[in-house]
Design a protein around this ligand. Structure first.
Ligand code: GLN
Length: 447
């Protein structure tokens, strides 16, 4: 049924970069056979899933939305893909994304735009617009995303779906194409809070192949999503994320949800996080710095696009010129500048200090409240083509989601009704590290 739905919706939506019908059907047949033989199967066995093209899939082309990896077929699976296979979930295919996950609209993909199923002239958000659009188009029931600065949560908000960025280190990054390693986090996307929690349990868990992987039990996210209990919970509204640029319709829906939480027995208080004002500036130094270092591996020598130009250095330069898109080049230049000798302390070092201050804002807040909430994004989905040469405006709209990545904390976005323009808006919940279950409790209470 999902393969038929993909065929029907893809011409208009373009959520997928690759569809693996044969592989998905083979897994489904194996599950059917196992079920017929009376085998005990994992909870999501036979439920199909789409995977953002940032995670390596053995034998299935993986590009991270970039020309430089055009046609590249990984020889191994990412840890999360191994887990999907162990859970016996058929993998439908790979979803579209901004090149190397840099962007907020999926328009930086080298393989064409993804359209928002709610309004085809609108973006689905980014960088994981393909995963979110596949859910909104019902061409996948579950999807895997990655979130370095909001790429799971903002697309969820723009498409009326659910997305969770788990605690940093809760899901392995092994086999995931790196953007900024200290911020990158893989996470689950679904259409309901409970669906998302079920996928969360599949993806999370310790992996010795990722040195930042946390060796601790997965928080009880499914149980929390089933109960949806917020009675007695203290919920902090981040005043600093309700400022300039917040659309009236998004604000109105957000206030209604706060009222709903109050009625469900939660106490709502206002919280100040003064250092969030510097989050975008710090993020757009740390991310490009780490990305410039991570992307140095695309040297045309080992894999990926290669443009022979005579001599190693010239071949490297020609290959990178041809293989990387404009946003990637912009960030490599920013990053190498921020890391260069003489500027390192002034830019990268300073940004790291701001990062600590933001983590302290969270720590202080979580002494007073159990979770923090805000709108996921200041606006609803904007029309395709809005960015048009003004990358800074796009960067600024990341303010609501970036603090979680800088502090390594979990965050979840869930649908929050339609704004006055008829498009979905998102409600975001933040929790302390390894308290991901609280996100699902609040999410389920609002659903
Ligand atoms: N919009 C952010 C950026 O462009 C988000 C990236 C992400 O989470 N992968 O960096």
């Amino acid at each position: 049924a999902h393969l038929a739905r993909i065929e029907a919706t893809e011409p208009a939506v373009h959520a997928y970069l690759a569809v693996d019908a044969d592989g998905a059907l083979a897994t489904a047949a194996e599950v059917d056979a196992a079920r017929a033989a009376g085998e005990t199967l994992p909870p999501l066995a036979g439920v199909p899933v789409a995977v953002k093209d940032v995670a390596c899939t053995k034998g299935l082309v993986t590009t991270a939305g970039s020309t430089i990896l055009d046609g590249w077929v990984p020889p191994y699976d990412a840890d999360v893909v191994e887990r999907l296979r162990a859970a016996r979930m058929p993998i439908l295919g790979k979803t579209n994304m901004d090149e190397f996950a840099m962007g907020s609209s999926t328009e930086h993909s080298a393989y064409g735009d993804t359209h928002n199923p709610w309004a085809l002239d609108r973006v689905p958000g980014g960088s994981g617009g393909g995963s979110a659009a596949s859910l909104a188009a019902f061409s996948a029931p579950l999807a895997v995303g990655s979130d370095t600065g909001g790429s799971i949560r903002q697309p969820a908000a723009f498409t009326g779906t659910v997305g969770c960025k788990p605690t940093y280190g809760a899901v392995s990054r092994y086999g995931v194409i790196a953007l900024a390693s200290s911020l990158d986090q893989i996470g689950p996307c679904g259409r309901t809070v409970l669906d998302t929690a079920l996928l969360h349990e599949v993806l999370a868990g310790h992996d010795p192949r990722d040195s930042t992987s946390i060796d601790a039990p997965v928080p009880p996210v499914v149980e929390a999503a089933r109960r949806g209990d917020v009675a007695g919970m203290r919920i902090g509204v981040v005043r600093d994320l309700l400022g300039e640029g917040l659309a009236e319709g998004v604000r109105a829906r957000f206030d209604e949800s706060l009222q709903h939480l109050r009625e469900a027995g939660a106490e709502i208080v206002e919280i100040d996080c003064p250092n969030f004002a510097h989050a975008v500036a710090a993020y757009y130094l740390i991310l490009p710095a780490e990305a410039s270092s991570n992307l140095a591996r695309y040297d045309a020598m080992r894999y990926g696009v290669r443009v022979d130009a005579g001599g190693a250095e010239r071949t490297m330069a020609a290959s990178r010129a041809a293989g990387f898109g404009p946003e990637v080049k912009r960030r490599i230049i920013l990053g190498t500048y921020a890391l260069s000798s003489g500027y390192y302390d002034a830019w990268y070092g300073q940004a790291q200090k701001v990062r600590t201050l933001i983590a302290r804002d969270f720590e202080a807040a979580f002494e007073r409240v159990d979770v923090l909430v805000s709108p996921t994004a200041p606006t609803t989905a904007f029309p395709l083509g809005t960015e048009q040469g003004d990358p800074l405006a796009m960067y600024l709209s990341d303010i609501t989601t970036i603090p979680a990545n800088l502090a390594g904390l979990p965050g979840l976005s869930l649908p929050n009704g339609l704004a006055e323009d008829g498009l979905p808006s998102g409600f975001q919940v933040y929790a302390p590290a390894m308290a991901d279950d609280r996100l699902y409790a609040v999410g389920a209470a609002l659903e």
